[in-house]
Design a protein around this ligand. Structure first.
Ligand SMILES: Nc1nc2c(c(=O)[nH]1)N[C@H]1C(S)=C(S)[C@@H](COP(=O)(O)OP(=O)(O)OC[C@H]3O[C@@H](n4cnc5c(=O)[nH]c(N)nc54)[C@H](O)[C@@H]3O)O[C@H]1N2
Ligand SMILES: Nc1nc2c(c(=O)[nH]1)N[C@H]1C(S)=C(S)[C@@H](COP(=O)(O)OP(=O)(O)OC[C@H]3O[C@@H](n4cnc5c(=O)[nH]c(N)nc54)[C@H](O)[C@@H]3O)O[C@H]1N2
Ligand SMILES: [Mo]
Length: 726
């Protein structure tokens, strides 16, 4: 139990804010109230970002949802009345049973986003409940990195890795060249202290080059050179780099011979044997706006200055044919021999292994339907099931149902740990879809754009108000998410909500273990394999670092790849089986929809990208005054584009396309290339009565379609900007 004496106590935990940072936190608690949050004092002086420091303001925000709510106005109006937990859960259970009887379990869609990285209060809790209830329609595809995962899967046989992004700090330190390709780690947190390691790498003499349409804070801080590139054209530039390397015989023949398959087929494409078009730097310049000489220089440097780290972030993969960018980067890494086994510390997947999720009955909805056409063999049959709906396509699936080729008609959606409406493509389409549903349940901490459409909102507590265990990806660390205070108001943890709903649904197997009991159970199980401290020590220390594995012998061979050939597949056998002309077997540049060559560009001549924002984790934290002070939500556009439209710094502008309109201030800057505009994703959708958004929500403008490999595509969209009317 949290201490209720008036002595100040320090609780150690790990920040879990859906940014991937997972930074250590020291939470000062007095009389069951958080009075201060500081960074931890573990190895490497881990820093805590502004969001972590401000978490106290998030916990005590005046707009936090503390009671169950029932909709009292029309959907989206945000009008609700407070009800009891009993009434809320009765209503939910009643609707679930009704929909199950009338339409079958598949009519229930559910999504729990990544959100706080945690184990017990996450997708597993909901999945187990819904499977015990007879099943539901689950999503497939990672919002963040399905393009990268698809590529890693077919190229290396990996299940879900980002690969190119997951370079270790040691790799940066020994790299002579680091290419930050669409990678902006100063802003988009991707593990504690990455900027510190980059500083050390720079001090150790690494050259750093940034390839990004924006002159990002990371470019400003670290890069020796900034190479602006047209969004969605990365594959062309990377393939032209391969052209230079192969033409000038700079490839690593030993590595290619030992570990890859399919270079000959790739060469046919690169040299234009297959299609008569040589993929020269000049060819790529015309597409990407990167000067041919810059492409050639970069190619030579990457092949010669080894070891070199090509850090290809997942942002450029969230584009129309995003998987091709990742495939091209993987091929380049392999042919230069810059690929290396990533020296991972003992994997923390054991937490997942003992997650109660794995005691779920199978999802009945997925028993029977065949695999998806682009199913990937190294993924579980469940994720590959054609009964699932791609995470980006809920709105489309709800609107079109069986008639539109989806496996079912959908009547209910339960959204948890996600601000789906705000965060996925084409807000106005999602609104239409939500209006069509019989019942919407949202488990939330705040009255988000999504929650406003709910029929029932269940208030969920923050990670500081519950116990959990987590193991950040690749980190060699186990962390206890220590409950620092009791849940505020009547808010409950996800596990408690599911337990209570299970009773209303008449389910007897859900169990009544508390989160503390589950954490202890998981710890005991893991300790049979890896010695870990007991619960009480972890409670005190918050985290435990698994002893680092011995650095691997640099000459040691890469492990066997789990591809059909057991090698890095530059020409992919798995893709050949998928047999889709839009997913070629070798990495290929495919022109995106809504490119500047699209006829639509006459009407909407600017390419919109929607990067992640420093003061938010997606839509989270957008409502905190401490953080709002730091940055203004605005649309960045180049001085040339601004002048052509008579727009000056700070002017209110209209940003629009056929999908919607946003009105926000302009940020006129040389830090973005001409023809490209950037609207940071995650701002809260705030429409007027005509549906014009004054919040600056990027997804009002993005398109609700996926790449052929299944990627979310929010960095591919055309818009126009005009000076606002006021
Ligand atoms: N502060 C903060 N940190 C975060 C998050 C957050 O919301 N806020 N979110 C976390 C999560 S869940 C994720 S998935 C990651 C996301 O990490 P990323 O996907 O890497 O983030 P983005 O900001 O979308 O994109 C990174 C860079 O790519 C550039 N870019 C966009 N399109 C293109 C393109 O077509 N080509 C090239 N070369 N560059 C392009 C953008 O200008 C941007 O600078 O960040 C994590 N960290
Ligand atoms: N245009 C555009 N859109 C994007 C992206 C982009 O680059 N461009 N990036 C995409 C990416 S990579 C991602 S991962 C998605 C993220 O999409 P989401 O995961 O939907 O985004 P969040 O804003 O993190 O929403 C989490 C919501 O869950 C609520 N919540 C409920 N329970 C909990 C809890 O226990 N803890 C916490 N912290 N919150 C809880 C929070 O209050 C918040 O409203 O956005 C995607 N959207
Ligand atoms: Mo993400």
């Amino acid at each position: 139990m949290p201490d209720k004496s008036d002595k100040e106590k320090i609780i150690r935990s790990i920040c879990s804010s859906h940014c991937g940072g997972t930074c250590e936190m020291k939470i000062h608690v007095k009389e069951n109230r958080i009075v201060r949050i500081e960074p931890g004092d573990g190895e490497n002086k881990p820093r805590l970002c502004a969001r972590g420091h401000a978490y106290r303001q998030r916990v005590y925000a005046p707009d936090r949802l503390l009671y169950p709510l029932k909709r009292s106005g029309i959907r989206g109006s945000g009008e609700f009345s407070r009800i009891s937990w009993d009434e809320a859960l009765e209503t939910v259970a009643g609707q679930m049973k009704r929909i199950k009887t009338a339409y079958g379990n598949a009519a229930i869609l559910h999504f729990c986003s990544m959100c706080d990285p945690h184990t017990l209060h996450h997708v597993g809790a909901f999945h187990r409940l819904l499977c015990q209830f007879g099943g539901y329609t689950a999503p497939w595809g990672f919002i963040s990195h399905e393009g990268a995962s698809f590529s890693a899967g077919v190229t290396y046989g990996l299940r879900r890795k980002f690969t190119q992004t997951e370079h270790s700090p040691e790799e940066y330190l020994k790299s002579r060249l680091i290419i930050m390709w669409g990678w902006n780690p100063v802003t988009t947190e991707q593990g504690t202290n990455v900027p510190l390691y980059l500083t050390q790498a720079k001090e150790a003499g690494a050259e750093i080059i940034c390839v990004d349409p924006r002159y990002t804070d990371s470019a400003a801080t670290f890069a020796d050179r900034w190479i602006p590139i047209r969004p969605g054209t990365d594959a062309a530039a990377l393939i032209a780099m391969a052209y230079v390397i192969l033409k000038e015989n700079l490839q690593d023949k030993d590595f290619i011979e030992a570990y890859t398959v399919g270079l000959d087929q790739f060469k046919d494409y690169v040299f234009g044997i297959a299609d008569g078009v040589a993929k020269t730097p000049e060819w790529a310049e015309a597409i990407s706006a990167v000067p041919a000489a810059a492409i050639a220089d970069l190619a030579r440097a990457y092949a010669r200055n080894k070891p070199a780290a090509l850090v290809t972030s997942i942002g450029p993969g969230r584009t129309a044919y995003g998987e091709q960018y990742h495939r091209a980067a993987a091929a380049l890494e392999a042919i230069t021999g810059n690929w290396q086994p990533r020296n991972w510390q003992p994997t923390p997947t054991k937490v997942l292994k003992y997650n109660p999720q794995f005691s779920s009955p199978p999802n009945q909805v997925e028993i029977g339907p065949p695999l998806r056409r682009n199913a990937l063999p190294y993924r579980g049959t469940s994720v590959n099931s054609s009964a699932r709906v791609n995470i980006s396509l809920f709105a489309d699936a709800i609107l079109k149902g069986k008639d539109g080729g989806y496996p079912n008609d959908y009547k209910m959606v339960w959204l948890s740990n996600t601000n789906y409406l705000n965060q996925l493509g084409e807000v106005n389409k999602t609104i239409k879809a939500f209006q069509k549903l019989d019942f919407i349940l949202v488990t939330e901490q705040f009255m988000t754009a999504t929650a406003k459409f709910a029929d029932i909102v269940l208030p969920v507590c923050t990670f500081l108000e519950r116990n959990d265990i987590m193991a950040p990806r690749g980190g060699g660390v186990y962390g206890l998410l220590n409950k620092a205070i009791e849940p505020l108001g009547e808010s409950k943890s996800q596990l408690e909500i599911c337990k209570a709903l299970a009773l209303k649904l008449g389910l007897t197997d859900y169990g009544d273990q508390s989160d503390e009991e589950w954490v202890k159970h998981i710890l005991t199980q893991i300790s049979e394999e890896i010695p870990l401290p007991d619960f009480d020590s972890l409670k005190k220390d918050g985290i435990y670092r698994v002893k680092a594995a011995q650095p691997e012998d640099e000459k040691s061979p890469p492990p066997a790849f789990r591809t059909p050939s057991g090698r890095i597949e530059i020409d992919s056998e798995i893709i050949a089986k998928i047999n889709d002309p839009l997913i070629p077997t070798v990495p290929t540049y495919l022109e995106t929809w809504e490119s500047l060559n699209d006829p639509l560009a006459e009407k909407y001549p600017l390419q919109l990208i929607t990067p992640h924002f420093k003061r938010r984790a997606h839509s989270q934290f957008d409502n905190l005054p401490w953080l709002r002070e730091l940055q203004t939500q605005s649309i960045s556009l180049n001085t040339i584009d601004a002048e052509a439209r008579g727009i000056r710094q700070g002017d209110l502008v209209r940003v629009f396309n056929d999908r919607g309109e946003v009105r926000i201030p302009a940020r006129v800057t040389e830090r973005i290339m001409p023809g490209v505009v950037a609207l940071p994703q995650g701002a809260w959708y705030n429409p007027d009565e005509k549906g014009i958004d004054y919040g600056g929500c990027a997804n009002v403008l993005t398109k609700n379609v996926i790449s052929p490999g299944g990627a979310f595509t929010p960095h591919t969209a055309l818009v126009e900007i005009e000076k606002g009317v006021e």
